[in-house]
Design a protein around this ligand. Structure first.
Ligand SMILES: Cc1cc2nc3c(=O)[nH]c(=O)nc-3n(C[C@H](O)[C@H](O)[C@H](O)COP(=O)(O)O)c2cc1C
Length: 382
């Protein structure tokens, strides 16, 4: 394979276009086409944009030529899955699987589609989003709106088959609607989606930590409930690795109790973590419901990643999530123990070229510190 990093001209073009996109997004696109709309409208338009542009192959080819930065130092194999780079789109931005063609061509290592649920769901009443630019954050209260895992997983499988380099993961969650019943009903709900996902994506992520549902978070409130859920999920044969999307706001003893349960089950990875619920020190209107993305997650998730890596070592692969805007922040998560890094807010606040900014910057940091492969840096500071 010819790497961009090893071709002087391609590397120069990649750097110049990335700088140009960074300037264009900040000064033209964001103020005139994104932040001039409410976040709910901007989100719908972004999905629409992906659905239109993905049907224009020359545009996709051009995007790949200009923006996809490849470098052997970024290649990695985690949980048996090969990645061109460690960066993934975190669950929630692409609930119905409209974005993989674009994400593949701009150079994401993987995308997490979903969260999707056994039944289609309209989610919570709108507004789903509030912007908090002073904190590089978004208040999120979607409540798992999606087309249902039968449809979404069909699309994800197709996207995975057709992707040129990107891996596709599917996030499954419990349906958020008025049919929601007791714990057994919730377990069966997850099992339906897991049966649909088995063997049809590179990875599957079980989201037990959505902060925005009627049913709350019974599977993280009680380790026994989590044990019951994974005892049933273990019965579903699947070749792909399973990650669990963890909550951010637990004390270490509470968090550890959950991990001790997961360590006994067919779980290979942890996604750390979901949205921030703690608003301490932040000026946010009380009536705004939901969890916080971006800035308010950065430090809490870094610390949790290091704690988990120190205590559990190689038992779980860690996908580090929360407030990654710069290569330095990604690098810190990796040095603290994350093998993969996911983000959403950086895409919304900085633009689609941020994947290239992160890849180029991380490759430079790894080389500066003498690492030949990203995997050599994982957990070095934990
Ligand atoms: C618009 C939006 C929707 C989200 N929906 C989901 C979801 O459906 N499932 C999930 O596990 N996490 C969801 N999240 C949480 C993200 O996956 C991620 O954990 C969080 O945003 C922190 O990453 P960030 O700081 O890079 O945005 C959502 C976040 C955002 C911003």
């Amino acid at each position: 394979m010819a790497y961009v990093s090893e071709n002087f001209w391609h590397d120069a073009v990649n750097k110049a276009t990335t700088d140009l996109f960074t300037f264009g997004y900040k000064n033209i696109i964001k103020p005139n086409f994104v932040f001039n709309h409410t976040p709910d409208v901007a989100h719908d338009q972004m999905i629409e944009f992906c659905n239109v542009t993905k049907r224009i192959p020359p545009l996709m080819w051009l995007l790949r030529e200009m923006l996809d930065y490849t470098d052997p130092v970024l290649e990695t194999t985690v949980m048996g899955v090969d990645f061109a780079n460690p960066f993934g789109l975190s669950a929630g931005l692409d609930k119905n699987c409209d974005m993989p063609v674009l994400m593949d061509n701009v150079g994401f290592g993987f995308e997490t589609v979903g969260s999707t649920t056994s039944r289609a769901s309209a989610g919570n009443p709108k507004p789903w989003f509030h912007r908090l630019p002073e904190y590089d954050s978004m208040m999120v209260h979607v409540g798992l709106a999606n087309d249902g895992s039968d449809k979404v997983i069909d699309r994800a499988e197709q996207a995975w088959t057709n992707a040129k380099t990107m891996q596709v993961s599917v996030s499954i969650a419990r349906t958020n609607d008025d049919k929601c019943g007791d714990l057994d009903e919730g377990i069966e709900d997850y099992c339906i989606s897991m049966r649909r996902a088995a063997g049809r994506s590179a990875m599957v992520e079980v989201n037990v930590s959505c902060p925005n549902t009627h049913a709350g978070e019974p599977f993280t409130a009680d380790p026994d409930a989590l044990d019951r859920l994974f005892t049933e999920l273990d019965k579903i044969e699947r070749p792909q690795p399973t990650l669990v999307k963890m909550p951010l706001n637990k004390t270490w003893p509470e968090f550890k109790d959950l991990l001790d349960v997961l360590a006994e089950h067919n779980v290979q990875g942890l996604s750390i973590a979901n949205l921030q619920k703690d608003r301490t020190g932040l000026e946010i209107p009380q009536q705004w419901e939901g969890g916080l993305s971006g800035g308010p997650c950065t430090v809490a998730s870094e610390e949790r990643i290091a704690q988990v890596y120190r205590e559990y070592g190689e038992r779980f692969a860690i996908a580090g999530i929360g407030g990654v805007f710069t290569p330095q922040q990604a690098y810190r998560k990796i040095r603290n123990g994350a093998s993969l890094v996911m983000f959403i807010s950086a895409l919304m606040y900085r633009g689609p070229q941020q994947i290239t900014v992160l890849k180029r910057g991380l490759a430079a940091l790894l080389k500066r510190d003498g690492f030949e492969h990203i995997s050599d840096a994982v957990g070095i500071d934990a």
